[in-house]
Design a protein around this ligand. Structure first.
Ligand SMILES: [Zn+2]
Length: 266
């Protein structure tokens, strides 16, 4: 049901409570034919923004504020590690299972200097909720095995040098990825500018990880960071597409039902 301005008719009212969420604000944005709903989960404080529009491409993204405290690349290693199986989906490479085994039109994960985002999209409703369900479980209840930390972060392994001599060397998926990034002059220049422009803020750190610092990260720090920052209280959920807001609230109500609120300064 679209009004004359092309925006779907608002189906909730600002100020009301629905399925454990309070409706903070509803606004129509005719320029993009969207009715936007700003909501908050009452128990956990999880924030939700739904852009409702007449587009069958539905997108779900769950994001967390993940300010780094150093350049060990913790947020980046965690981004890789949560995709390696969760409590309800204990598979070694959940990301690739979803990539190949669903009708996803987009699936990815991004680490930014201050946040980490996990988006999925699909044109098929059942597939969309399946993707969103698995992704939500991965971020809230990842297995975070020690092996995963070693594999994605850093570990020692024997490697032969040019003369065929075996030496212990540092390896790891993120470690190697960042060694690549740190060998690009453009990249180094950008990092140096950022470091010097924002010397007193978290932006002086590299959330992706500086190869010189990555090996300092411990498994315990890694687990603690997840516990603090990957909580619904620190989550921002962004949804786009033609599925009505009420259906998303039903889904999210179920996803968030086992969690309480925590106070966190992120
Ligand atoms: Zn990466």
């Amino acid at each position: 049901m679209s009004a004359a301005n092309g925006c779907p008719k608002a189906m909730l009212r600002a100020g009301e409570t629905q399925l454990g969420f309070s409706v903070k604000r509803i606004e129509q944005i005719p320029e993009i034919r969207v009715t936007a709903y700003e909501l908050e989960h009452i128990v956990t404080g999880a924030k939700v923004l739904h852009l409702h529009c007449d587009d069958r491409e539905n997108l779900y993204a769950i994001a967390f504020r993940t300010p780094p405290k150093d350049s060990t690349g913790l947020p980046h290693i965690l981004e890789h590690a949560v995709l390696a199986g969760s409590k309800n989906y204990p598979v070694k490479d959940a990301f690739n299972e979803l990539l190949r085994g669903t009708l996803q039109t987009f699936i990815n994960a991004f680490t930014y200097p201050d946040k980490t985002i996990y988006p999925v999209a699909s044109q098929v409703k059942v597939d969309f909720y399946n993707l969103a369900r698995v992704y939500t479980d991965l971020v809230f209840r990842p297995r975070l095995l020690r092996e995963t930390f070693l594999q994605e972060g850093h570990h020692l392994e024997w490697a032969a040098n040019a003369d065929g001599q075996e030496n212990l060397t540092i390896s790891g998926i993120v470690y190697n990825e960042m060694k690549g990034a740190y060998s690009s002059p453009d990249n180094l220049m950008y990092k140096a500018i950022q470091e010097n422009l924002f010397p007193d803020t978290i932006y002086r750190f590299d959330s992706g990880g500086n190869p010189a610092d990555i090996p300092k990260l411990t498994y315990e720090q890694f687990k603690e960071f997840h516990l603090a920052y990957y909580s619904p209280s620190n989550a921002r959920i962004f949804i786009y597409g033609d599925i009505p807001t009420g259906e998303h609230l039903l889904f999210l109500q179920e996803m968030l039902k086992d969690f309480g609120g925590i106070s966190l300064d992120s």
